[in-house]
Structures are given as C-alpha cells and as structure tokens.
Design a protein around this ligand. Structure first.
Ligand SMILES: Nc1nc2c(ncn2[C@@H]2O[C@H](COP(=O)(O)OP(=O)(O)O)[C@@H](O)[C@H]2O)c(=O)[nH]1
Ligand SMILES: [Mg+2]
Length: 375
C-alpha cells in the first residue's frame, strides 16, 4: 500500500518482472518456479511451496502459501518502558552492516523521543570505533568507547552502567565481526553477553544478528553459526536495496524461524524499515498479478480517483501530514503509532467507502481518512 518496501525490493521486483513481464490473474507452476528461483528462494523451499499448489495458481493461493512461511511461534522482544535501559547487542560478520544499522536504530529511537547511548565494543579495528563515533556525533547521542585492542566486554559494561546512572532508555552495543579465529569470536561474544548481564540483570535484552541481504541464501549458514555461539533473538537484513535476492527472505525465515525485525534499504540513517511479512508478500505479488489484493473484497470494476491501496508518494506524504496533525506516526503500511503514548494501532483499508481507518480496541475505527482528503 505505502511502498516503503517497494523501494528496497526494486531489484528483486525487476528480476521477477524480467521472468514474467506481463502481469496476469493466474500463473503456472513452471512460471512460478522460475521466478522464485530467480529471486533467490532456495531450491528446496521452492519445491516445498510448489507441492501444495495447483497447476494454475491465483493470487490468493500464492499469498497463503508464502505468508505461511512467516507464521511460526516465536517471541518478538520489543523495547518496553519498564526495561531501562533496553540493551541490544548487535552481532554479525564484517561488512554485514552492523555499525550502519546501529546508527539507524539509534536514529529511530531518538525520533521516538527516547534517549540512546552507544557502546563501541568492536575494539578490534580503530576504524570501527571511529565510524561509530562519527555516527554518534551526527545523530547527537553519547557513546562509550576505548582504544583499539581494549577489552570489548569492559566497554559493554561501562555503557550499561553509564546509561543506568543517566536514566537512558536504550543502549546499543557494536561488536567485532571477525577475530583471529572463529573460536576467539565465539568466546568474546559469550563473554560480552555474560558481562552485560552482570552490569544489568537480563541484559542484553535483544541479541540481533545482522545479515547482508546481498548474500541471499548463503547468509543462512552464517546465521546458524552465530546462533550456536549466542542464542540470537532476531535478525535484521541489510542492503535489500542492492540486491535481486530478496526472495532469500523466505528461506531465511523458514530455515531459521527467528523474527525479522527490520530490513535495511539504503545507507542513510532513515533507511530502516520495520519488516512486515504481509507487506513483503503483497509487494512481491503486486509484481506478478493484475488482480486486486486478496481479501479486500473490493470489486475490480470500482474505480476511484485515488486508490488507497496504492498511494502515490505524493498522496503518501499527504497522509503522513494528516496523521502528524492527529498525533500519529506512520510506522509501516499496517501500523501507526500514537506520538504521545507510543501505543501502536493497526491500519485498515475500508473498501466500501475507499478510506483508510485507524483501528482501536476490538477493531473499531478510531479515525478515518477518506481518499479525497489525500489530494
Ligand atoms: N545500500 C545499502 N548499504 C548498506 C546498508 N547497510 C549497510 N550498508 C553499507 O554496507 C557497508 C558496511 O557497513 P558497516 O555498517 O560498516 O558493516 P559492519 O562491518 O558490519 O559494521 C557500508 O558501506 C554501509 O554503508 C543498506 O541497507 N543498504
Ligand atoms: Mg562495524
């Protein structure tokens, strides 16, 4: 609907469209197989997806098959107001995008009115410390660091203690992606986790693995290795904008069964999008099918001047302005957040009157925006 992911998935969508240039109402199994493989869905998973589908597949059938890959029982750990500071440990191989993603998260928390402190525990390279310091400066937040070669655990410890003393809401800790050996890295990460817990019981509250999206399926083994070192609580996939391998997200979700919290769609601090499986699947299906989205009940022949499901960027900006006026931030195509209380609400397309609604308790609309307001 809002195209947040569309930009990030541009290259993946181009590859799908190159395989199937003409959008249609149904596609055959062979066609589907080709385009899933092109988008870097793993071979085994493609087989598994095709197994459950008929010879001619419509949008709803494919939607159900793909969305089911993201449905697994897993606890999503989110920051809450009681946990202060909420400590996040960021791990991943060199170059995956750890430091950049830390900056993006920090920017996000700051824009939510929260205070953030960084811990530069990648003490392996001097350049890594400098890079994080530059981001801290740019965003305008404090950072705890030492000299290259010093104990990364001590930095993690100090940043948590300092944040506690200052009443800071978030601590985000950077780590090295490579040491002299894999065993060294495992030992070091385990030690950082232990020491965080010493500084504050329960910390780190979220251990996030950063995966480089341009690696596609080959990132899965890497993820397993890190998961064995320290239990990972979730994943952020970076550089989706730079790859046609967006389909690997299906395999990553299906194989690892870990929450995907965000995806990175560029190098700037704002280029971090909360990952929403429904939006992801819909964005891909939009590149294949001509039909309206499944389940909206909107008859194809009803034409409105503004299609609330496919807002142009101008209409989107207008919508964000209206939300802002009413005290909401747009989080993703499905959610807004009350700026004051921080509470999130679901968005709903009401196709009967072509409006976008904010749903409150028991899915009762608490606010409604008609299409014509978006001009
Ligand atoms: N295009 C793009 N580049 C990214 C993204 N995330 C990180 N990068 C780039 O990837 C490179 C490595 O990132 P860095 O944060 O230093 O990785 P680290 O070694 O894991 O800390 C940098 O040039 C980043 O600008 C993203 O989402 N999109
Ligand atoms: Mg780094």
């Amino acid at each position: 609907m809002f195209g947040f992911l569309k930009k990030g998935l541009k290259k993946t969508l181009e590859v799908i469209q190159a395989v199937e240039p003409i959008k249609r109402t149904k596609i055959s199994k062979d066609e589907l197989e080709d385009l899933l493989l092109e988008a870097d869905v793993s071979y085994d998973l493609v087989e598994k997806i095709l197994e459950s589908l008929p010879e001619k597949i419509d949008r709803t059938q494919l939607y159900n098959a793909l969305i089911s890959l993201f449905i697994y029982r897993v606890e999503k750990k989110e920051p809450d107001d009681e946990t202060k500071p909420f400590v996040e440990l960021i791990v991943g191989v060199n170059g995956a995008g750890k430091t950049t993603t830390i900056a993006k998260l920090a920017q996000r928390y700051k824009s939510e009115g929260k205070t953030v402190m960084l811990g530069a525990s990648d003490t392996f390279r001097a350049a890594a410390i400098e890079q994080l310091k530059r981001w801290a400066d740019k965003i305008g937040i404090p950072i705890v660091y030492t000299k290259q070669g010093h104990d990364p655990s001590a930095v993690a410890y100090d940043s948590i203690i300092s944040a506690k003393a200052k009443g800071i809401d978030h601590v985000i800790i950077d780590t090295a992606g490579r040491l002299h050996t894999q065993t060294n890295l495992a030992e070091e990460l385990k030690k950082i986790v232990r020491v965080c817990n010493k500084a504050m019981e329960g910390a780190p509250h979220r251990k996030i693995l950063i995966l480089d999206g341009t690696q596609g399926n080959s990132a899965i083994n890497q993820a397993r290795a890190f998961n064995e070192m320290i239990d990972i609580d979730g994943i952020i996939i970076t550089k989706l904008d730079g790859t046609a391998k967006g389909g690997a997200l299906f395999s990553i979700a299906d194989e690892l069964r870990l929450p995907i919290y965000y995806v990175g769609v560029g190098e700037k601090a704002e280029d971090l999008v909360p990952f929403d499986p429904e939006e992801f699947v819909d964005t891909i299906l939009d590149a294949i099918f001509v039909e309206e989205k499944a389940g909206t009940g909107k008859p194809a022949e009803v034409q409105h001047e503004i299609d609330v499901e496919n807002l142009t960027s101008q209409q989107l900006r207008k919508f964000e302005k209206l939300l802002d006026r009413d005290g909401f931030d747009l989080l993703s195509r499905h959610f807004v957040r009350d700026k004051e209380t921080g509470e999130t609400f679901r968005l709903n397309i009401n196709s009967t009157n072509n409006s976008i609604e904010i749903l409150g308790k028991e899915d009762k609309p608490i606010k409604s925006y008609e299409a014509r307001e978006l001009v």
